[in-house]
Write a protein of this length. Sequence first.
Length: 337
Amino acid sequence: MDDAPDRRGPLVVAGLTAGAALLVGLLFMGGSTARILSTVGSSVNTPTGARTGGSAGDGSRSAGDGSGGPESGADEVPGSRSDADAGGQVADAAGAAPTLLIVRTGTLTVQVADLDAAVRDGDAAVIRAGGYVSGSSRAADGGSQSAVVTYRIPSAAWVATLGALHGLASKVVSEEIKTDEVSAQVVDLTARIANLRATEAALQAIMARAARISDVLDVQEQLTATRGDIERLVADRAHLEDRAAYGSLAVTYRLPVLPTPTATPLPAKGWDPGDDVARASGKLVRIGQTTTSIGIWLAIVGLPVAIGGLVVLAGAWQVYRLGRWLVRRREAMLPEA
């Protein structure tokens, strides 16, 4: 009976040792995954001053470097070497001289002798330069007609095409040209895209090595967000590059405004007896015409109305007399009664 506690002691110690080892292993694996995920976003948080160059494909090589393999070693932290390589690529790209990108926009109003011919020649000049018509409209206000055409003109042919449009005008009414230099914005977007691609490669390497489902879901969430950021930045850069490659010019063609004719004042006229005779004769004729019209109306309309009125009055008078006779007769019969 006394030896039973001595036999249970080693068993308890062995169980506690195994549980502690399992707990340490779980903590080590969770800490490693958290440490890997914490190092992935370092390239995204690169200071703006370091993002001065790069290309959209700078991070593609890091995918192969950090993809993992038999020779990588189980204890190596995934993403550390790929992040270093991607950072070196971004730094190398920063040393390249950026291409000058200028966004040109403007408006031009010209006066032309033939509206249809001017619009046709302007479209042809822009198309020959490699541009295209992005929109047009026409309007007519009384005797004034105009057409507004929006052109997209290649940046290299902007000056020559603008000169050709000037040549179509009989008069340049107004002109306004604006330029916006976007080279720094494109370089910054390119560097950010390269950093995000390096982050994407590191996340893919972590995804390949993740053992637990929770770790896979965490990495997949970050990977989806990173890919969304890359697509958005690529679209922004493409938009800027398109605006810089093709300037936008709105040209208004209009015909000359026709002068409004002014009325010539009549010279003052002196006294003329003939005019007085003519006006008096005309007045007399109008009086005669009015009197004749009144007589015609009285003969056609007034006479029947008068006859009808007399008939009505005669009937009323007869009724009145009959009433009076009846009243007198009644008064005469009362005393006899």
